[in-house]
Ligand binder design. Structure first.
Ligand code: NAP
Length: 245
């Protein structure tokens, strides 16, 4: 098994891509800390209960993240794989953007991601791997997606720089991004409830279908495992060819 004895943490591990990542990392031997806001959702199905540890935290609150990492330190003293996945996609059209809607999206996707990373840094073990979950939205001009796309473009740039930081590389810590295209999850189901929108999105994907959360989890596993030991500041795209069409 590729991750025997490793400690992993997945934010947004309660649903969709995060839950698939929890299952895949656990199946390779990792002990996985599952982070989300609500207690009852913190035990994803399809993974042996003894392989996961639920810890509730709202990533928009840096103090809550600091408490989360302090708890991880007490329990394990280190982290080997950190998957920064928690995200939201709902934002009004740019013409109607207000500070509250800006903060609601950026608070999870950017502030939450950055302070998860920052508070985890002292805990990251020699050779640890950090994976941000981005989106092809950052590469495509999709009307209505400006704020979401901007938040994911921010993560891509942040990871490119953090992934080549000399202090981190001295500790052999790698930082990369997984970039999903349209993936069947509760988040995308909400955004494409209208069948016409769903069909429109499908036509943008050369492979002609939506992706599965499990297909993204495979890329997360690769970046989290020693198999990607020479990869940092990089990005793996899992989008059925969408960003190349
Ligand atoms: N699905 C797609 O088509 C797609 C495409 C590209 C990128 N992505 C990205 O993939 C990631 C996962 O998305 P998904 O599709 O799997 O969505 P999802 O099923 O809606 O899951 C989102 C996760 O984020 C967590 N979360 C949201 N707000 C949070 C907060 N304030 N604090 C802590 N956790 C929070 C949720 O946990 P709780 O609700 O339990 O708190 C949930 O586990 C996101 O970053 C998304 O932008 C998705």
């Amino acid at each position: 098994m590729q991750l025997s004895g490793k400690i992993a943490l997945v934010t947004g591990g309660t649903s969709g891509i995060g839950a698939a990542a929890v299952r895949r990392l656990a199946s390779e031997g990792a002990r996985v800390i599952v982070v989300g806001r609500e207690g009852p959702r913190l035990r994803p199905s399809g993974v042996p209960i003894e392989r996961t540890e639920p810890i509730a935290a709202d990533v928009t609150d840096p103090d809550a993240i600091a408490r989360l990492m302090s708890e991880v330190k007490t329990r394990h003293g280190r982290l080997d794989v950190l998957v920064i996945n928690a995200g939201v996609a709902t934002a009004p059209p740019i013409q109607e953007l207000a500070p509250a809607s800006y903060e609601a999206l950026m608070g999870v996707n950017c502030k939450g991601a950055v302070f998860t990373f920052v508070h985890a840094l002292p805990l990251l073990a020699e050779g640890a791997s950090v994976i941000f979950v981005g989106s092809v939205a950052a590469r495509k001009g999709q009307p209505g997606d400006a704020l979401y796309a901007g938040s994911k473009g921010f993560l891509r740039a942040f990871a490119r720089n953090a992934g080549t930081d000399p202090d981190l590389l001295q500790r052999r810590i790698r930082v990369n991004v997984v970039t999903p295209g349209p993936i069947d999850t509760p988040l995308s189901a909400a955004a494409t409830a209208d069948p016409q929108v769903r069909a429109y999105v499908e036509r943008l994907i050369p492979m002609g279908r939506w992706g599965k959360a499990e297909e993204v989890a495979e890329a997360i596993l690769f970046l989290g495992s020693p198999a990607s030991s020479f990869t940092t500041g990089a990005e793996i795209t899992v989008d059925g060819g969408m960003s190349h069409a």
